[in-house]
Design a binder for this molecule. Structure first.
Ligand code: 3AM
Length: 178
């Protein structure tokens, strides 16, 4: 059975807590919608769609070897996409090294036959879906020392999405160090 896969940055517990605190702000709650559960929060780098078992193995092997240099992301901007009803948190300034890493990832994925959809990459963390726009409010930016790039599987269950991390980047075993 093919699985729905995506590549994402996975926050640590501290960042998850801070993001959940932001979601709990009255200005955010007033935008209603379905709040993304804290355990599900992530930054998607690439949605891959349905992937069969052999493609999944190839992706896991590539991702395990992919070296993602940790990057500090300052999440300081709340935004809203009216067409999709997505309330998100993003960055006023995306570090150059992060854009370069995203491009490198894209090259790796292309080599495996996964092409970008052409819409371009907009770094964001979805905080709520089916939402309205949030009123302007002042908040402390969330500083995220991102280091976990993962391949994850998404399942749509009656109770909501369930995400499973399949592999983290840079975890390929080195059998022999000379
Ligand atoms: O991380 P965000 O919320 O931006 O919306 C889905 C989520 O994105 C997106 O993949 C991420 C992990 O589920 N997604 C789901 N279906 C999609 C599709 N058909 C999609 N993105 C593009 N096309």
């Amino acid at each position: 059975m093919p699985r729905r896969l995506f590549v994402a940055l996975w926050p640590d517990a501290k960042v998850r807590r801070e993001l959940a605190m932001l979601q709990a702000r009255s200005e955010m709650r007033a935008a209603s919608g379905r709040t993304v559960p804290a355990k599900n929060i992530h930054m998607t780098l690439r949605f891959l769609g349905d992937v069969d078992a052999s493609q999944q193995r190839a992706l896991e092997a590539r991702l395990a070897e992919f070296v993602f240099e940790p990057v500090t992301l300052t999440l300081d901007r709340v935004g809203y996409w009216p067409r999709s009803g997505i309330l998100w948190l993003g960055l006023r300034k995306t570090p150059r090294s992060f854009n370069i890493a995203a491009q490198r990832l894209s090259t790796e994925l292309r080599a495996l036959g996964f092409r970008a959809d052409g819409r371009g990459f907009k770094a964001h963390v979805t905080l709520a879906r089916d939402a309205g726009p949030a009123k302007h409010f002042v908040f402390n930016p969330v500083t995220w020392h991102a280091r976990d790039l993962v391949l994850a599987a998404s399942e749509r269950l009656p109770q909501g999405a369930r995400y499973t991390v399949l592999v983290r980047s840079g975890t390929a075993k080195i059998d022999c160090i000379r």
